[in-house]
Design a protein around this ligand. Sequence first.
Ligand SMILES: [Zn+2]
Ligand SMILES: [Zn+2]
Length: 157
Amino acid sequence: MSGLEGGCACGAVRYRLASPPMIVHCCHCTDCQTETGSAFVINAVIEAGRVTVIEGAPEAVMTPSASGKGQEILRCPACRVALWSHYGGSGRKSAFVRVGTLDTPAALPPDVHIYTRSRLPWVTLPPGAKAYDGYYADPGEVWTPDARLRWRAMLGG
Ligand SMILES: [Zn+2]
Ligand SMILES: [Zn+2]
């Protein structure tokens, strides 16, 4: 299970993922650029119940989102590093875990690149990478059947 543990910069908050995520998004939208101060964010989308806090207590900070519904960003109360988000649509049932906070972020490469219309010009996507100008319209093109079952079970449960 190594590779699926992570934490903030100061070490006050540590977490573990109980399984691999349903999907990993690399988002190049301007909101993610602003929030991270970087070129994109890598989010592992997982059932919130599969994220176990093993040390500390992350604090929810309401942050505006493109949808207008806002998102809760869970941050370390000491160093304020963002660990995961709950977005408007699925709320607290899902967690969008910041892959860069894993001990080994290379364990979860992106399945899809989204909002590439605002991709910074010097970011080159790997050959053959799935990429969409905005958000993909058909999850069937991107999500595995198993992941889609997990998502439906999560919403129902
Ligand atoms: Zn911290
Ligand atoms: Zn984004």
